[in-house]
Design a protein around this ligand. Structure first.
Ligand SMILES: Nc1ncnc2c1ncn2[C@@H]1O[C@H](COP(=O)(O)OP(=O)(O)OP(=O)(O)O)[C@@H](O)[C@H]1O
Ligand SMILES: O=C(O)C1=C[C@@H](O)[C@@H](O)[C@H](O)C1
Ligand SMILES: [Mg+2]
Length: 172
C-alpha cells in the first residue's frame, strides 16, 4: 500500500463513504472515523443545526479543523463529508497524508440513497436532484484532482465495493 497507512474516502453525498468506510476498516483492521460524525460529536449538535445556526461557512470552518487534525493520525479509514474537498487546504492534507479513494456514483443512485434521510441540509429543497447535479459539476474535478484510485459504487454491494477498493489500492 505505497507505505501509507491511511485510506481517505471522498465523493458526493450518497456515494457510500460512511457505509463502505466502516466495512473497509473492518476488513483492513484499521480504525474507522467519519468526519461528519466527528464534527457532530465535538460540536454537540447535528449537522443540520450547525448549518442553521452558523451557516455553511461555520460548518466548513469546523470541518477544516477536524480534517487537519484527523489526517495526522496513522492507520485510519476516514470517511469525509461530501464537500470537504472544496477547501484547498483539506485537499492538500488528504492528498499528502493517505491514499485517497474517490467513490464515484451516478446522480440517480445518489438521489435514491439520500431520499429518505432528512439530515443533509444541502438537499432539503424542492429539487435535490438539480442540487446534486450542480454540486457534481463543481466538485467532480476536485475529487479527481486528489484521488489515487477511482471506484464506481453503482451496482455493487457494500462488501464487494470494499474488496474492489482493496484490490485497486494494492495494485497502485
Ligand atoms: N454500494 C451500495 N449499495 C447499496 N446501498 C448503498 C451502497 N452504498 C451506500 N448505500 C446506502 O446509501 C445510503 C447513503 O450512504 P452513506 O451514508 O454511506 O453515504 P455518504 O457517502 O457517507 O454520504 P454523505 O456525504 O452525505 O455523508 C445508506 O443508506 C447506505 O446504506
Ligand atoms: O456535500 C456536502 O457539502 C455535504 C455532505 C455531507 O457529508 C455533510 O458534510 C454536509 O451535509 C455537507
Ligand atoms: Mg457520510
Amino acid at each position: 500500500m505505497k507505505g501509507k497507512r491511511n485510506v481517505f474516502l471522498v465523493g458526493p453525498m450518497g456515494a457510500g463513504k460512511t457505509t463502505i468506510g466502516k466495512q473497509l476498516a473492518q476488513t483492513l483492521h484499521l480504525e474507522f472515523i467519519d468526519s461528519d460524525q466527528e464534527i457532530e460529536a465535538r460540536t454537540g449538535a447535528p449537522i443540520d443545526w450547525i448549518f442553521d445556526i452558523e451557516g455553511e461557512e461555520g460548518f466548513r470552518k469546523r470541518e477544516k479543523s477536524v480534517i487537519e487534525e484527523l489526517t495526522q493520525k496513522q492507520g485510519i479509514v476516514l470517511a469525509t463529508g461530501g464537500g470537504a474537498i472544496t477547501e484547498p487546504e483539506n485537499r492538500t492534507f488528504l492528498a499528502g497524508r493517505g491514499i485517497v479513494v474517490y467513490l464515484e456514483t451516478s446522480i440517480e443512485q445518489q438521489v435514491e440513497r439520500t431520499r429518505r434521510d432528512k439530515r443533509r441540509p444541502l438537499l432539503q429543497n424542492e429539487d435535490p436532484e438539480a442540487t446534486l447535479i450542480a454540486l457534481n459539476e463543481k466538485r467532480d474535478q476536485l475529487y479527481r484532482e486528489i484521488a489515487d484510485v477511482v471506484v464506481a459504487t453503482n451496482e455493487n454491494s457494500i462488501k464487494s465495493v470494499a474488496n474492489k477498493i482493496i484490490s485497486q489500492i494494492q495494485e497502485g
